[in-house]
Design a protein around this ligand. Structure first.
Ligand code: UD1
Length: 420
């Protein structure tokens, strides 16, 4: 198994190009199931989750290719509607095939994802919404068995909670449904917005894109003509590199980004003393005299993203004073606290709140990655820790960061991928 070895402390400098967004690419790839013709998508990040989803589409009978960040998927040859446990257990986002398979074929069998390291993560809201649209749902032997022999019908869906993949599943289901679907309390994440925009360009009339109420006029079962498109920049990868610049108090520039999508993080970094300049597609962070503490509460977009919470916590270990981090979305998303503590961080945990006392001198240690973003927090901590840090189980990092060690090396980090 691979691990990362990082030697610190090390200042960073230079420019790094941000990849396409994993969380946008995943629903956009399942969109191929709604397309009459092969679809071609550019700026697809070459990360394990994307390769897993392409594998899942291939298992369904689709023909796919993926080279140089460009993916093509042809679903005309799909001959199975079963997303099996072996793939779903590797990646929860496989649930994004549920809405598209059901709306196109009138039935599907998708393994239940189950809980994960950061919480229970049920899919009850996805299922309830599909039932309101006329689906029959049974849970048998760990699978969601969904049928809608005459297709799904447009309906009024009110989500009890804001759910990102839930909104995406229902938007895709509604795109081929008969009649109009109105989703209230929909997610406003940029990844959801891009999905709606592509559908809109493919002839599906969607009103309220980017708002909490989205209205989708279904095609009545007609497959869509989806033109080639490119995935938006990964705001979480970008945020992670901004925190790398911040924690090492260095000047770095991110290229190929959408600064608008990083407003909540940039405003926090500003309040900590960092000067940040932006162009239309780049962001530069400059060092500050003293890093000030800051409090965050994770929220749905445009609030502070839960996917940046762990990285921000690593940064707070170098800030002067107490920073309070309130995790509102997932009940168990503090697995990185014990590993950061092993590196010398002073963090007090109570229920869903962590208080980080800084600045602390971190020291290199052997640490274990526990989930995708927790792992990147350990990488950030290692950049400022004295000595060598070895981060084990980095398959979590490989799920969502393209060429992490290459990109960090190009910024001057002393980082190597080695095998146990
Ligand atoms: C997506 C992102 C993930 C991010 C999360 C929150 C993808 C592939 N993943 O995950 O990186 O951390 O949004 O921004 O885009 N919930 C229910 N019932 C449901 C669905 C969700 O109770 O049916 C709860 C969840 O347990 C959680 C909250 O709603 O507490 C938000 O979850 P959700 O937005 O659905 O997260 P994901 O879409 O799984």
């Amino acid at each position: 198994m691979d691990f990362l070895e990082i030697k610190g402390p090390q200042k960073l400098h230079g420019k790094v190009a941000i990849s396409g967004a994993k969380n946008a690419a995943l629903p956009l790839l399942t969109l191929a199931l709604l397309s009459r013709r092969p679809i071609k998508i550019d700026n697809v990040p070459n990360v394990a989750d994307v390769r897993t989803l392409l594998q899942l589409l291939e298992n369904l009978g689709a023909v796919q290719s993926f080279t140089e960040n460009s993916a093509t998927v042809d679903t005309n040859s799909v001959n199975s509607t079963c997303a099996n446990y072996d793939i779903v257990r590797k990646m929860r986002a496989s649930i994004l095939t549920l809405g598209p398979l059901l709306t196109r074929f009138g039935h599907c069998e998708v393994s239940l994802p189950g809980g994960c390291a950061i919480g229970q993560r049920p899919i009850d809201l996805h299922l309830k919404a599909l039932e309101i649209m006329g689906a029959n749902i049974d849970i048998r032997q760990g699978y969601v068995i969904a049928t809608a022999p005459n297709g799904l019908k447009g309906a009024n869906i009110v989500f009890d909670k804001i759910t990102v993949t839930g909104s995406e599943n229902i938007i895709m289901a509604a795109a081929l449904a008969h009649g109009t679907t109105v989703i209230s309390n929909a997610a406003k994440e940029p990844e959801v917005v891009q999905l709606c925009e592509i559908l809109n360009k493919s002839g599906v009339e969607i009103k309220g894109i980017g708002s909490a109420e989205i209205e989708i006029k279904g095609s009545g079962g007609r497959l869509l003509d989806i033109a080639d498109f490119s995935v938006i920049a990964d705001r979480i990868e970008a945020g992670t590199y901004l925190c790398a610049g911040a924690i090492t108090n260095s000047e770095i520039t991110l290229a190929n980004v959408i600064p608008e999508h990083l407003k909540s993080l940039i405003s926090k970094l500003n309040s900590m003393g960092f000067e940040i300049s932006k162009t239309q597609n780049s962001i530069t962070i400059k060092p500050c005299k003293k890093i000030l503490s800051a409090d965050i509460e994770t929220l749905e977009y445009p609030g502070f993203p839960t996917d940046m919470q762990a990285q921000f916590m690593a940064l707070c270990t170098q800030a002067d004073g107490a920073s309070v981090i309130d995790e509102r979305l997932f009940e168990n998303r503090f697995m990185h606290v014990s590993e950061l503590s092993r590196m010398g961080a002073n963090i007090k945990l109570t229920s869903h709140t962590a208080t980080v006392y800084g600045p602390t001198k971190l020291t290199g240690a052997d640490v274990m990655a526990t989930d995708l973003r927790a792992s990147s927090a350990l990488v950030l901590a290692a950049l400022v820790a004295e000595g060598t840090t070895r981060i084990h189980r980095i398959y979590h990092l490989d799920r969502g960061y393209e060429n992490l060690e290459g990109k960090l090396s190009s910024l001057g980090a002393k980082i190597k991928r080695l095998s146990e």
